[in-house]
Design a binder for this molecule. Structure first.
Ligand SMILES: NC(=O)C1=CN([C@@H]2O[C@H](COP(=O)(O)OP(=O)(O)OC[C@H]3O[C@@H](n4cnc5c(N)ncnc54)[C@H](OP(=O)(O)O)[C@@H]3O)[C@@H](O)[C@H]2O)C=CC1
Ligand SMILES: CC(C)(CO)C(=O)C(=O)O
Length: 323
């Protein structure tokens, strides 16, 4: 396999997890992160633990920068965008304002949860450069230079929402896969992203509101009813917007969800709850919020998604409210 040069934008849990896989297979990696993260990576290197094996890259094995200007003139085979979805717009603007990135033909692989990330990138770059990944593996970053892989539900899938020209992604997929994280190229990544939307819209908000791991929501008929209703609404807007997933009906999806997906991530504390506990912003806008937007556009009522959205927004806001 020929070594590639890869830029990772966003040195958080997913960014560092993917960086570890790519370095493990001998690729040259530069990561763009915040100053404190970059300082830790430059001092300690990058350590990965958990599922798929331990790995350490010394500081000299990769580049870590706090600004794209430090990479001026570099060329890359791929750029992986690994920020949260609420940072997608600023990431796209930053990358577009760097001439050496903007003028290159390097594809961007958007690794975020939620719906709408590709459309944002497509406002700045030609559609053929915008690719998407569905990640359904759990990564945490206990220290700025340490990523722990905690849960794995399915193979990472990479593809495009805009065209079928996905063969060029094979080398990237092989490199991630060889580095430990199962990965494959797909022509139907849109279906994967909607399956992930269903999963995250059903689980993340409710788990966060009740402060429980995913699995407990499946144990009660009350929370099952809520999750089923959320899934039916997501399904309805997805179909109205002329997207598809791997199941023809919400019932078909729910069967797989309860039998396969939920057991595989039973003990998982959702990223949304982790964010709220850490006093950070959540990705609710790109999840249940995106369902609300599509619901409005297509005049489909989505009351359950709307309630989850507003309750999470209040949970975020209440930190700053005084009695
Ligand atoms: N973690 C997981 O298990 C999974 C996550 N995902 C999705 O992947 C995406 C990334 O998640 P995750 O890695 O957990 O998130 P993190 O918050 O851990 O990582 C995102 C990182 O990007 C940094 N960042 C944002 N904007 C910039 C910028 N302009 N310049 C430099 N650094 C920047 C953030 O810094 P700062 O925090 O300082 O702003 C943060 O360190 C999300 O959409 C998430 O939903 C999908 C599947 C699993
Ligand atoms: C379960 C997981 C990690 C799968 O990607 C997830 O989607 C989340 O915590 O939000």
């Amino acid at each position: 396999m020929q070594a590639m040069k890869i830029l990772i934008y966003g040195a958080g849990a997913v960014g560092l997890g993917l960086a570890s896989c790519l370095m493990k297979t001998g690729n040259a990696v530069d990561v763009v992160g915040r100053a404190a993260t970059v300082e830790a990576l430059r001092r300690y290197g990058l350590t990965r633990t958990g599922l798929f094996g331990d790995f350490h890259a010394p500081p000299s094995a990769f580049g870590a920068v706090a600004s794209l200007t430090e990479l001026k003139g570099s060329t890359y085979d791929f750029t992986l965008v690994c920020t949260k979805s609420f940072d997608t717009a600023s990431a796209a603007q930053d990358l577009a304002s760097a001439a050496f990135i903007n003028n290159a033909r390097t594809p961007f692989v958007l690794c975020q949860n939620g719906w709408g990330n590709s459309e944002i990138f497509a406002q700045h770059f030609p559609e053929e450069r915008v690719k998407s990944a569905r990640v359904i593996t759990g990564f945490t970053r206990p220290e700025p230079h340490h990523v722990d892989i905690t849960v794995h539900a399915d193979t990472m899938h990479i593809g495009s929402l805009f065209d079928d020209a996905v063969d060029s992604l094979q080398a990237l997929s092989d490199a991630i896969d060889g580095g430990g994280l199962p990965c494959a190229v797909t022509k139907t990544v849109g279906r994967d992203l909607w399956a992930k939307m269903l999963y995250n819209c059903m689980l993340n908000g409710l788990s966060t509101l009740f402060d429980v791991p995913y699995g407990l929501l499946g144990e009660s008929p009350d929370t099952r009813r809520l999750m089923d209703a959320i899934a039916r609404e997501v399904f309805a807007v997805m179909q109205a917007a002329e997207y598809r997933t791997h199941w023809e009906s919400a019932d078909g999806y729910l069967d797989t969800f309860y039998k396969k997906q939920l057991p595989a991530t039973y003990r998982h504390i959702p990223s949304m709850l982790q964010d709220l506990r850490a006093g950070k912003r959540t990705e609710i806008d790109a999840l249940n919020g995106a369902v609300m937007k599509l619901g409005e556009q297509h005049r489909i009522p989505v009351p359950h998604n709307t309630q989850v959205y507003h309750l999470i927004r209040f949970a975020e806001a209440k930190r700053n409210l005084k009695a």
